[in-house]
Design a protein around this ligand. Sequence first.
Ligand code: CA
Length: 220
Amino acid sequence: MRILLVEDDPTLRAQLRAALAEAGYAVDEAADGREALHLGETEPFDAVVLDLGLPVLDGLSVLRRWREAGRAMPVLILTARDTWHEKVVGIDAGGDDYLAKPFHIEELLARVRALIRRAQGLASPMLACGAVALDTRSGRVTVHGRPVSLTAHEFRLLAYLMHRPGTVVSRTELTEHLYAQDHDRDSNTIEVFVARLRRKLPPAAIETVRGLGYRLVAVP
Ligand code: CA
């Protein structure tokens, strides 16, 4: 799952980046509105955390331009405290949720998780596909109720597939959603991670759909 983090305050940006990375997301960063606009228009993100007060181009303008261009990714806006009108205008501009500063990072993470699962039509934070279960709150993965230990990359891959059970996901899509832009991308590494993840899941849980990609299927 890949997140665009837009925040001009370097200290807060570094904190949020660290917390999002720790929670298992690939994170791209933008420090001003123009950079944010460009990234949001050209790269596929699973969610965006967007500060409204930004240099060069303000966050509301960025959001409006994304929506006018048909970019539909979920957006969590960050507003200054006690500015209720910013929240209203932000949501009317296409924001999906808001958080007023200062906030607890745990709350931001919970809102991001909710936005990502709702974008896939999932209501529960507990994801299940056959014998495989993933608790999006704790990052805990179990197979037949037994905990499975995954590396950060394996977790990111499984989380992406668990949000889309039964859907064929191409290697290109996985590459775009599992790595930030600055990451050295090589679609062959996806095959390596799929192979490693398969060894930790029930046999045949990850189907290869020839020429198209991979699909997570419910295996008892
Ligand atoms: Ca700001």
